[in-house]
Design a binder for this molecule. Structure first.
Ligand code: DC
Length: 234
């Protein structure tokens, strides 16, 4: 066995996607952002009248539409990865506040989770993958050789998210962003199906006071340990 499976779970806006993507790039693994898949399903629901900020999610309708929703990823010339919904690049749209406000109620629907978990497990079939999300180390890949659980305080996460959204030209205020983060934490940790929790064999990383470079060094060191533990050749 040459390659391992790496699961990176944690709270929203904890920086886990950036870390997971950079790690995958450095070690030549495939990167999958599982949150983007839940976001793409949410965008589909919004566009097809199956969800709205006013009335929430029309669960029955969305379950019926699941076979019509195809999600894939494309790799751009600059190496960045874009989420495709039924062949359309929706990378930008799925990051907006409208989708962020409805994605947690979509992600509690067991049928949505089952469909996406099956796709995620298929991606990991040949190993050599870094996947980030909420339930990767617990449900999607319970046997992953390396599991990381990332946490940071809501305040630090909100500040990072505001900077990120403003850099993309979005007009956002801190109060609504932190409210959205707290509400998503609440739904993600208390839902019945695959709630966000740290796997028993995961390693905790609190990155409140860490630079991006320090986090990457930490990840690479753990990766090297796991590779050695598993007798893998780099
Ligand atoms: O990581 P993110 O903020 O892009 O994730 C968006 C939402 O999707 C988040 O509120 C929880 C949900 N999610 C999930 O339930 N399970 C995953 N594996 C990934 C994301």
């Amino acid at each position: 066995m040459n390659k391992i499976v790496i699961a990176v779970d944690g709270y929203s806006s904890s920086g886990k996607s950036t870390m997971a993507r950079e790690l995958a790039h450095k070690i030549g693994y495939v990167y999958v952002d599982s949150g983007a898949m839940y976001r793409a399903v949410t965008l589909y629901a919004l566009r097809h009248g199956l969800a709205s900020a006013e009335s929430g999610v029309y669960v029955e309708g969305l379950i019926r539409a699941l076979p019509l929703i195809h999600i894939s990823f494309s790799v751009e010339a600059d190496g960045s990865q874009h989420t495709m919904l039924n062949g359309e690049d929706v990378e930008r749209e799925i990051r907006g506040m409208e989708v962020s406000g409805l994605v947690s109620p979509v992600a509690v629907i067991p049928e949505v989770r089952h469909a996406l978990v099956a796709m995620q497990q298929a991606y990991g079939h040949d190993k050599g993958i870094v996947m980030d999300g909420r339930d990767i180390g617990t449900t999607v890949f319970p046997d992953a050789e390396m599991k990381v659980f990332v946490e940071a305080s809501p305040e630090v996460r909100a500040e990072r998210r505001v900077l990120e959204l403003r850099a993309k030209g979005a007009d956002v205020d801190y109060d609504s962003v932190i409210a959205n983060i707290r509400e998503r934490d609440r739904i993600d940790t208390t839902r019945a199906e695959s709630p966000l929790r740290m796997a028993e064999d995961a390693v905790l990383l609190n990155n409140d006071n860490m630079t991006r470079e320090e986090q990457m060094e930490w990840m690479l060191n753990l990766y090297k340990e796991r590779i050695a533990d598993n007798g893998c050749v780099k």
